[in-house]
Design a protein around this ligand. Sequence first.
Ligand SMILES: [Zn+2]
Length: 319
Amino acid sequence: MSNLVSIQSILRCPGCKSSSLIVVKTDDEIVCETCGDKYPVSYGRPVFLRPDNSIFNRDDYRNLDSPVPTTGNSKWRALIPEASLNLASQRLLTRLRKELEKITDATVLVVGGGCQRTWLGDLLRPDDTIKIVYTDIDVAADVDLFCDGHDLPFVDNAFDAVVTTAVLEHVLYPECVAEEIIRVLKVGGLLYSELPFMQQVHEGAYDFTRYTLSGHRRLFNRIAVIDSGMVAGPGTTLVWSIENFVLAFTVRPVLRKISKVVIRIVFGWLKYFDLFLKDKPAAMDGASCTYLFGRKMAGQIPDSEIIASYIGAKHMQHL
Ligand SMILES: [Zn+2]
């Protein structure tokens, strides 16, 4: 969705939180009539960042040379085989689409959309029935609007579904972002979330935390879980571990890229063990990444129920 007018009714000022008061005044600016703050628009994409954001500066978005900057890594990326499997997203997002097709004018929020528009669009098939709003804070992301997940610029209960994949490990305060996601999701609305567990640092300085499946469930304890499990299992964890063991010996970019290609060609097949391990409880304790699919409840799941829902191999044993 790129038409601002179609989502204007669900926008709110990330600063003063006022709703229905943000007006498109000119082509390159949105003004909050309540607090007077002015948000720039970059290539039709509003930049809903509070002026007191200490990490991201509005001017970095305003002064872009092109809407989607190229990274220059595409040739290398094409050479490097994938280190991971994804056992969940296709099945769960197809299920999400079927649920959303039952709703008139269903609207989906993607938090941390990055460059997922093509991939997610293929699975969710946005049309007159399903509309998708892509958001991210990354200046290079292909989004409909830029925002900080800690201050989502939407009114409460705005969306029929939220999709967030491998994003919350990159935010400073994941519980705040999870709270924001829950806030903008309608009661009964659907969440699909992926979160890494046994993965090494990626995205450099913007990588802060990891979650077990139990931690993932606690983070979203307003979500009644329909399905949960592993996105990628211990096979993927093993490929990442071998790769990062070798990468530990050098910071030189060329050597690191060559190492990645060689290791993934030699050891990449180990990830296919995940196909065998995906339904084994013991494998969950070493999963590379987990997923959660469920509906927002009016209330909250008790902590005792989250602990009871643990599906790994060991119960209260340090063995
Ligand atoms: Zn305002």
